[in-house]
Design a protein around this ligand. Structure first.
Ligand code: F6R
Length: 242
């Protein structure tokens, strides 16, 4: 577990973007695993800048997002498909055919999860997976007590997660109750893992991750078993560490 320390959110975002830029420079057809939420927003801005400066191209790259809400249309502003389009995809040269998110609108969700798994496998697996961490230690939408061996599946969201994400919605009732997420097993199979942790509100979770035991009660604790994981954290998030 490598810890890289950023002085603030801006530096964290630049450091994270550089990891992706380096990966794409070494391997233009890299398979990138992407996350949504507040944390990676400025990383995406930095990637767009790098693309505009012609430092990188996504023309040969493939992306797979961690998760998507159930029942939100991709045109819905709160869907993760919309988030990705808005924050990244529409600004770069990634082929729409190569940009994948779980399908939260399938009539047969289990079959859709299987299909997503197969797409990842066909692409050769994920080279670099970016993840964030929830206030309850979730990664993707793998909430506490999700079995570590779980693969892509439909989850019922924790009340705490729905509340944390309600800031993006008109009210709590509008937050979907379910999502499709890559499982912890999928996340662990990525060749490289990059966890971004920003802000003082994440200090306690980072502390638990660093000093705590591996337990399904705290899903992110599994990443200590990954052979190639880097955490980039800013000073706020690091404030709970000795
Ligand atoms: C998003 C995802 C979630 C978030 C986590 C942190 O695709 O999988 O696990 O990474 O909820 O969210 P933020 O960055 O908004 O604090």
């Amino acid at each position: 577990l490598t810890m890289e320390k950023a002085k603030d959110y801006t530096e964290l975002s630049e450091m994270a973007a550089e990891r992706i830029i380096t990966k794409l420079s070494q391997k233009p057809d890299a398979v990138l695993g992407l996350a949504t939420g507040s944390t990676p927003e400025d990383m995406y801005d930095a990637l767009i800048k790098a693309y505009e400066l012609k430092r990188i191209s996504f023309a040969e790259a493939t992306t797979f997002n961690l998760d998507e809400y159930v029942d939100l249309d991709p045109s819905d502003e709160n869907s993760y498909a919309y988030y990705m389009y808005h924050h990244l995809f529409r600004h770069i040269d990634l082929s729409p055919d190569n940009a994948h998110l779980p399908n939260g609108k399938s009539a047969d969700p289990d079959a859709a999860c299987q299909a997503y798994e197969q797409l990842i496998e066909k692409a050769g697996g994920i080279d670099l997976q970016v993840i964030g961490i929830g206030l309850n230690g979730h990664i993707g939408f793998n909430e506490p007590y999700t079995p570590f061996e779980q693969r892509t599946h439909v989850v019922e969201l924790d009340e705490t997660t729905r509340k944390a994400n309600a800031r993006f919605f008109p009210d709590l009732d509008a937050v979907p109750t379910h999502a499709v997420t890559m499982g912890i097993q999928n996340i662990m199979e990525s060749k490289e893992l990059l966890l971004l942790v920003a802000g003082e509100q994440k200090a306690a979770v980072l502390e638990r991750l660093v000093y705590g035991d591996k337990t399904e009660a705290f899903p992110a604790s599994i990443i200590k078993d990954h052979p190639n994981v880097t955490i980039i954290a800013d000073q706020g998030a690091l404030s709970g560490l000795k």
